[in-house]
Design a protein around this ligand. Structure first.
Ligand code: XBP
Ligand code: MG
Length: 236
């Protein structure tokens, strides 16, 4: 019997990447006097690497091989990332990014049926908590038994560590949980942890291989806007 839902945040609860994280990275680079600008399409390529610090590192290696890094590259990236988290918080306050259709209804219904809730995100903790409090109210942080985020585990998605951490903290086996993800890397992470996964695609992820998912949807829908099944067997 299903006991818990585990949600990814970015791309799943809300479309935060293109107009949120991407813009925050660009504001950070401009502020630091760096001529790096992540276009919408370039961001789609580097989104392949989960985690902001890891993404900057990947960008430097692949697109800026001539960049002369300061002596301590790790610290340099960590400082940039700290500033980026700050910019992202400001951005969320300036331009609210709504929850995707059906997310609130699903969370409300799960709560009313005593289904336990958790978060498993690669993003930094304040990013997840700000979005939740903004969209669902301050109390919503208590609705989620575990909010596993960012560097709480060493290996980010597609490693299964963040999902395994959630399972451990909740004392649950993978077979009584259901994960919600939007990305290929997220799906790999959840499946490696043995958790069945429902995918809600978005513009950045819609062409990826989700054959390992239980179900692939364009969104979770709303009563007046039924969801569309893209792949998966939901019966007649
Ligand atoms: C989210 C991410 C994060 C965000 C940026 O992936 O990859 O890196 O883009 O957040 P997922 P930080 O939805 O699979 O968790 O800069 O805070 O890392
Ligand atoms: Mg995601």
């Amino acid at each position: 019997k299903l006991q818990a839902l585990i949600f990814d945040v970015d791309g799943t609860l809300a479309d935060t990447e293109r107009d949120g994280h991407r813009v925050a990275f660009n504001r950070t680079f401009a502020e630091a006097g760096l001529d790096w600008n992540w276009s919408i399409s370039l961001y789609g390529e580097i989104l392949e690497v989960a985690g902001g610090k890891e993404r900057i590192h990947f960008y430097l290696q692949k697109y800026r091989p001539d960049f002369q890094p300061p002596a301590d590259l790790t610290q340099f990236i960590a400082n940039l990332h700290k500033a980026k988290t700050h910019h992202y918080q400001k951005l969320l306050a300036e331009a609210v990014i709504p929850l995707r259709p059906g997310v609130k209804r699903l969370i409300d219904q799960a709560r009313s049926q005593g289904i336990r809730l958790a978060i498993a995100t690669t993003s930094a903790l304040p990013n997840a908590t700000t979005l939740l409090t903004q969209q669902l109210g301050k109390d919503s942080l208590d609705w989620f038994e575990v909010i596993a985020a960012g560097d709480i585990v060493a290996a980010k998605k597609p490693a299964p560590d963040i999902y395994q951490y959630v399972l451990r903290e909740m004392g649950l086996n993978s077979d009584v949980c259901l994960a919600f993800e939007d990305s290929h890397q997220g799906l790999i992470a959840a499946r490696k942890a043995g958790i069945q996964t429902i995918i809600t695609v978005n513009d950045y992820t819609k062409d990826r291989d989700f054959s390992d998912a239980l179900l692939v949807l364009d969104c979770l829908g709303e009563p007046e806007q039924p969801f569309r099944v893209i792949a998966g067997d939901v019966g007649d």
